[in-house]
Every structure is written in C-alpha cells, then in structure tokens.
Design a protein around this ligand. Structure first.
Ligand code: ADP
Ligand code: MG
Length: 303
C-alpha cells in the first residue's frame, strides 16, 4: 500500500515463472505490488479483460475503482473491457494509433489520458497527494541527471527574435552522446557552464522534436538564466539536467507560451534551491576541461 491508501497491482501477459525471473533482478518491486496476476493464470490473455479482472480481484478492489497504466494497445483494450480507466503511456511513438482518447475527469471505463511519460502523470488530478519526492509540488528529480556537453551551434535564431528567450543549440554529436533520443520530451531544470568559465548558471531546457530534422531527431535547447554580453556560438556548453518540470504542451498564442516559459523559469529557480538539486551545481561535469567532461568520452560516464 502506498502512503495515501491506494494499492498497486500488476496485470501482465508474462507467465508466473517468467515474472519471477524478471522480478529477481529488481527485488524492490516485490514490496510495490500488493497483488500480481499473470497470463498463464487466466483463461485468455490481453486484449481479453481476464488478467485485469483477476488482478483487481486479488487486490480486493472493483475494476471501476482502478486506474490502469498501459503502454500497448492490446493492454488498453483489455483494461477498458475490464471496466477500468486507463492512462496510456505508449512505449512506441505510434502505439496509440487507433485509441480513442476520452476527456480527463471521465469517470467511466476508457482512456482518460495519453502521456509522453510516467513523469508527466499528476496524481493530484485523481484526488491523490503529489509524489513525496516532487520538489515544490512541481519538479520531479531526474536520477541520474542528463549530462550534455558540446559546442553551441546556430539554430534558426527564433528563440531571441520571436520569444525574447534565447536557447543555445547543441550539435547533433553532443545530443547523440548524451542519449537525448532516449530522454523523455518536456521541460527540464538544471545547471549550465560555458567555455573556459567555471561559473555555473541555472538553466531551463526543452527536450523535444526539432522540425529542422523533419521530426526524426530530438534536440535539447537550454535557456541560461543569466545575462551574457555577447553570443557564445562555438564555445563549449556543459549541462546537467536534474529536474523534470513539465511535459511539452500546445499554447493558444505566443504570449501564452512566453508566459509559461517564464513560469518554468520561476519553478526552476525554486526547485534548484532545494538541496537535492542544488548540490548538482558542483557536479564535475560542469568544470571546464575536467576529465569527467572529456568530449570524447561517453556522456554518462560519471554516473
Ligand atoms: P539560435 O537559433 O541560433 O539558437 P537563439 O535566438 O535561440 O538563436 O539564441 C541563442 C544564442 O543566444 C545562443 O547560442 C547564445 O550564443 C546566445 N545567448 C545569449 N544569452 C543566452 C542565454 N541566456 N541563454 C541561451 N543562449 C544565449
Ligand atoms: Mg536557439
């Protein structure tokens, strides 16, 4: 049982024997699940509702009181058929094709939310308290942090011109080494340093899809929360993103977007004052010319 009184169960297509092997390497998960139901313990697997109904029965709760988290269409179908509400977090970009998305606060069975990541799920929207490790009710610590470094390159110049918010662009190689392709899209809080300077600044960074690459590459664009006398194209930028602020969102107007980014900056400043994130300003990655920051090494080598 989690602190708020909710119970967590697992409904999996995996066989009991296979689940045992999978959980063996992650022993801490045993205490997370109050009940588990496996594919070989029910008449029919997903997309049939059986394994979800069985998991709910073993938990001692009604399916209509369950919120199911699913990544695959067959699982979504099964959970909805069992009478559950479902939050869909696709593991593949196109996995949500064909899923009807019903509006949130719908209390009947069906898909209530489609999210880019579990990081984007807000328990408060379901009458539950926020996660205990969320800082200031907003920012989720990212462990290990995302560490990036590389030369600052030119983008379209849109950040300063259209928004009044400059964002330093990293070259494709730095994004590749930093595993940006695997990172959850959204807005991050963190620390930055530039060139030969050891000064460390706060930064707000967006990780998302860049139209320049026909949406095939994710990019990372930090706005450094400091004033610079001149641009720093060509200099090395070092970044440690340690907090997840929010998922990407669509805005009705440019001023609404700008206002939101300033809110993100305020949330970032507040979160980075928290000891758990403040200590990362001393991360060896941010030191100019440090061995941890060798541009030839793997971007996560200091984890
Ligand atoms: P581009 O599309 O070339 O990235 P932007 O309008 O987004 O152009 O401006 C980003 C550039 O502005 C950075 O590469 C950097 O040289 C400069 N710059 C100046 N101040 C900042 C800041 N506070 N944060 C990020 N970049 C800044
Ligand atoms: Mg930019």
């Amino acid at each position: 049982m989690v602190a708020c009184g909710a119970v967590i169960g697992l409904a999996t297509s995996t066989s009991r024997a296979s689940l045992g092997r999978k959980l063996a390497s992650k022993p801490w998960l045993h205490s997370v699940f109050a009940a588990t139901a496996c594919g070989d313990e029910v008449p029919e697997g997903k997309p049939a509702p059986d394994v979800f109904a069985e998991a709910a029965r073993r938990l001692g709760v009604s399916p209509c009181d369950c919120l199911c988290f699913e990544d695959a269409p067959s699982g979504v179908q099964g959970a909805v058929a069992a009478g559950m509400r479902v939050v869909v977090v696709p593991s593949l970009p196109d996995a949500h094709d064909g899923l009807a998305v019903l509006p949130p606060n719908n209390h009947g069975p069906g898909v209530v939310e489609l999210l880019p990541s579990l990081l984007a799920w807000q328990p408060v929207g379901y009458g539950l308290p926020p996660f205990a490790d969320v800082i200031g009710g907003v920012v989720i610590p990212v462990t290990p942090p995302i560490r990036l470094r590389g030369p600052v390159v030119r983008g379209f110049g849109r950040g300063s011109r259209d928004l009044g918010i400059p964002t330093a662009n990293l070259d494709a190689d730095a994004l590749l080494r930093g595993s940006v392709a695997e990172a959850v899209t959204g807005i991050y809080a963190g620390w930055a340093s530039i060139g030969e300077s050891a000064d460390v600044h706060m930064m707000v960074m967006s990780i998302g899809w860049n139209p320049q690459f026909k949406n095939t590459h994710k990019t990372a664009e930090p706005w450094i929360l400091a004033d610079f006398d001149e641009p720093f194209y060509g200099k090395e930028i070092r970044l440690v993103a340690c907090g997840y602020v929010r998922p990407e969102a669509a805005f009705s107007s440019l001023p609404a977007l700008v206002q939101r980014i300033h809110q993100d900056a305020a949330d970032t400043r507040a979160a980075l004052a928290h000891p758990a994130l403040a200590e990362l300003q001393h991360d060896a990655w941010l030191a100019p010319g440090s061995s941890a920051g060798s541009s030839s090494g793997a971007a996560r080598e200091v984890d």
